[in-house]
Design a protein around this ligand. Sequence first.
Ligand code: UDP
Ligand code: MG
Length: 172
Amino acid sequence: MKEEHKNQATLILIKPDGLKKSLTGNILTRLSETKLEIIAAKMVRVTKEMAEEHYRHLKDQPFFNDLIRYLQGELHQRKKVMALIYWGEDAIKKCRSLAGATNPEEAESTSIRGSYGRITTSGLYENVIHVSSDPLEAEREIKLWFKPLEIIVDLYPKKKITVKEKEETVWA
Ligand code: UDP
Ligand code: MG
């Protein structure tokens, strides 16, 4: 029998504070310690709807509005995030462990969040990176941030549809 490793996918976001602090290369270098494979990557301008959907599990929290503005880049004059998918054995655990605890003050000092995160005066955790929390959340988040053909591995079932009269922007 072929040995099957339990490959997992996780969404990674380099949040606007990570981009503003020029940490992209640094964070990707740290994540490369996992030996996981990057199977998708892009820069995204985050709409309010995207941010609210991404963090919908926190919509009753007092910091929700700040969190949405944070992910949209309104706190850092950087209206973009870098979205990636890492794939391989135990991807979620490996990436979350390198990221460190949600609260940057409690995160191990050598972790990504422990090294570069901060708590704002209003109490929001600016922790430079997002990592999915479990496989179900990863699937939900990956389907929110990426289209099937943007991912170079077949992760989830997909289908073809015919879209008529859809406006598209192409090169002039
Ligand atoms: N967050 C916060 N204060 C909290 C909890 C969360 O500012 O008490 C922010 C923080 O930026 C965190 C994000 O909300 O990364 C999502 O929270 P979650 O509990 O999902 O933590 P994560 O999965 O990012 O570690
Ligand atoms: Mg989470």
